[in-house]
Design a protein around this ligand. Structure first.
Ligand SMILES: [Zn+2]
Length: 265
């Protein structure tokens, strides 16, 4: 575990926040000329960003947008993983998508909570990367870490705009939070919009294949689909809903504004 929030219990989290440490999963490159990202995708665990919106991430990057992924935890322990394996898989998946900015906040897996310390840490990243949009998990999920992540992102977005505080950087308020569905609850979300990822599906599939410790090629029984099979089927289903080969759904609690109708089906 990365020792990011060691002073969290002192009650001085505003002063004690420090930038996320380097890790094997951390990549940083062309995006930070002025510290700004167009979109910051916040994921409870490495692989959630790829599962939920890997095709959209690749699509935004192909359009020239600056996209970063912030994993909140290292996702370990898992039955077949280790922190080192997960870091290598995450780096490979990031390369498959073409990401140049990805970091890990080092919060505790399985015990993720929207604490004041975690809020300060995430708000600091938001102020330093200044994204126009945040992406976080859909607010209904069976995994407690995912639900906690959604609450944490909401709180950190609010804190990021505060003045007269000791958070790093200048106040910043991302214009919108959009949500990507995760896979731990067998419910069908009612999306606010579906993105056509037909052109980037191969990149999403390639990035998911990097997580060999998490997604074995076979299902839990000979007749059960694997995780990758289920993701494949879901992408085809959502694509069919908008008349394309593959799609990724998103939910939103705030109204979505349009400046035109150019990209609408
Ligand atoms: Zn997860």
């Amino acid at each position: 575990m990365l020792p990011l929030l060691t002073l969290a219990t002192t009650g001085q989290v505003w002063l004690d926040w420090s930038p996320p440490p380097h890790s094997a999963a951390r990549t940083r490159g062309q995006e930070t000329e002025n510290g700004m990202l167009d979109a910051l995708v916040i994921a409870p665990h490495p692989d959630d960003a790829e599962l939920g919106m890997g095709g959209t991430i690749a699509l935004m990057l192909a359009k020239g947008m600056k996209v970063g992924v912030l994993d909140l935890t290292d996702g370990e322990p898992t039955p077949r993983g280790t922190p080192e394996i997960r870091a290598r898989e995450t780096a490979a998946a990031s390369a498959a998508l073409g990401l140049s900015w990805r970091e890990n906040l080092g919060l505790p897996n399985r015990r993720l909570r929207s604490t004041l310390a975690a809020r300060a840490a995430l708000a600091g990243v938001i102020r330093q990367t200044r994204p126009r949009w945040l992406f976080s998990p859909h607010w209904v999920d069976a995994h407690p870490d995912h639900v906690a992540a959604t609450r944490l992102v909401d709180a950190a977005r609010f804190w990021a705009k505060l003045t007269k505080c000791d958070l790093p950087g200048e106040p910043w308020h991302p214009a919108r939070i959009y949500h990507y569905p995760c896979v731990h609850l067998k419910v069908v979300v009612n999306p606010a919009f579906v993105v056509d990822i037909s052109s980037t599906w191969d990149l999403k599939a390639r990035s998911l294949a990097c997580y060999a410790s998490q997604f074995p090629p076979a299902g839990s029984s000979p007749s059960a689909p694997s995780v990758l099979d289920r993701v494949d089927a879901a992408a085809s289903w959502w694509g069919a809903m908008i008349g394309v080969a593959r799609g990724e759904p998103f939910t939103a609690r705030e109204p979505i504004g349009l400046r035109g109708f150019g990209d609408l089906f």
